[in-house]
Design a protein around this ligand. Structure first.
Ligand SMILES: [Zn+2]
Length: 221
């Protein structure tokens, strides 16, 4: 009988039923060491791809899973944000502190962090009233929008870097509009059921999003 070294539960399968620790039952050799090494890279790659695939194809499943308290199968919203920060960093690095058309250049402050600290509240405070009646609280909206923003940052960081290199300013605004549009529509894919529901909620979300920016701009002048 083998006991889990972590929680002392009896091991009956490849994974401990109590804490989830994996048990291989094999003596370590060189081949396994190398396999482990290669696998850690490949699995990172594979899980990243799998997570972004579900986020793009079935956003409702991804977000509801987290809302309902399930963890460690899909990435958490924070892990998505972390990955997005890395991609955003590349975009700022290769295209002069720019993400699509938005330049963020603050002295002694991380541009990536500023972008997230700006966009996350804007998205959260606009989707919350836009989806009033869906009985989701502000934190649930924050979670949804953390996933949401991260995915589209990763997707758009590639054209953003290419734009920065090629210097085609005429494409910057259309791409930024596409970025905002797809981001707001993604919330509708999580929450709204009917096609028209998705369209008018996205529009309402956009109006509220723009109104908040307008108010901030008005009061900061
Ligand atoms: Zn255990």
């Amino acid at each position: 009988m083998v006991k889990c070294t972590n929680c002392e539960t009896e091991i009956t399968a490849n994974y401990c039923t109590q804490c989830g620790q994996q048990y291989t039952g094999r003596r370590l050799n060189f081949r396994q060491f190398m396999e482990d090494y290669v696998n850690s890279f490949l699995s990172l790659d594979r899980s990243l791809f799998a997570n972004f695939k579900i986020a793009l194809l079935d956003p409702r499943k991804l977000v509801e899973n987290y809302w309902n308290g399930f963890r460690n199968f899909y990435y958490s919203p924070n892990k998505f944000l972390l990955i997005a920060t890395i991609f955003l960093g590349f975009s700022f690095l290769f295209s002069k502190n720019k993400f699509l058309t938005l330049t963020i250049d603050i002295e002694n402050f991380s541009g990536q962090l500023a972008f997230l600290l700006l966009m996350l509240p804007l998205l959260t405070f606009s989707s919350y009233p836009a989806y009033w009646g869906f009985r989701k609280n502000l934190y649930e909206h924050l979670v949804m929008n953390s996933y949401n923003l991260s995915i589209w940052i990763v997707v758009f960081s590639v054209p953003s870097i290419i734009l920065g290199k090629l210097d085609v300013p005429v494409l910057e605004i259309p791409l930024f509009i596409a970025f905002i549009g797809l981001t707001l529509y993604w919330n509708a894919r999580v929450l709204a059921l009917s096609r028209w529901g998705k369209i008018w909620r996205t529009l309402l979300n956009f109006v509220l999003f723009s109104a908040i920016i307008g108010l901030i701009a008005y009061f900061s002048m």
